[in-house]
Write a protein that binds this ligand. Sequence first.
Ligand SMILES: C[S@@+](CC[C@H](N)C(=O)[O-])C[C@H]1O[C@@H](n2cnc3c(N)ncnc32)[C@H](O)[C@@H]1O
Length: 198
Amino acid sequence: MKDGARHTSLNQVEAEWLSEFVRQHKPRQTLEIGLAFGVSAVYIMSATGRVHYIIDPFVNSAIYQGYGLKNLARFGLKRNAKIFNEPSQLVLPRLLDKGLNFDFAFVDGSHFFDDQFVDFYFLDRLLKIGGHMIQHDAWTGPTKTLAAWIATNKTNYQTVDSPQKTFNIWQKTAVDKRKWFQFKKFKVTTTGKISSFI
Ligand SMILES: C[S@@+](CC[C@H](N)C(=O)[O-])C[C@H]1O[C@@H](n2cnc3c(N)ncnc32)[C@H](O)[C@@H]1O
């Protein structure tokens, strides 16, 4: 393992919180973006005991060296993992095309704003009403910007409060009923988890 890469995974507190959240909500169809070392995947899959869709184009890269897959195998979870070794921005539209939908999505893939926006665009369509989406690294600029837009413009989502400040937790509560001309300006602040709004 390359030094310095391990910190990109969830830490123990985050992983245990995620596992507890999944155990409480009992999602049936689950998906995650960003396998890396497989920490989030191991905790999610151990909590559900079900098939889990995982998307990551760099599973076998010099940084991750297949450690994510090895960890899934070590915990006896590999058989239930549906792995897509491609960018999520290309896989998600295909899953939508297949008519799949999900109760839970954990997002910890590319942290570029454009990639995260595309991920949200498709996950929104893949997520069932009542389903949850959790975005990791809530403190990063792109994640904050996306969160500010969702909170102001996607009125069919509600935030779920949690002491886990590195996560943005969303629940889809209804279908999107925006009118074609609707757009609410939003502001991204440098402090706090989700931004303040205009
Ligand atoms: C922060 S790490 C994920 C950590 C992981 N959740 C864990 O707990 O071990 C980010 C991951 O996103 C992956 N990634 C980067 N660009 C991606 C993309 N376009 N689509 C899907 N995954 C991507 C990287 O390969 C990396 O494994």
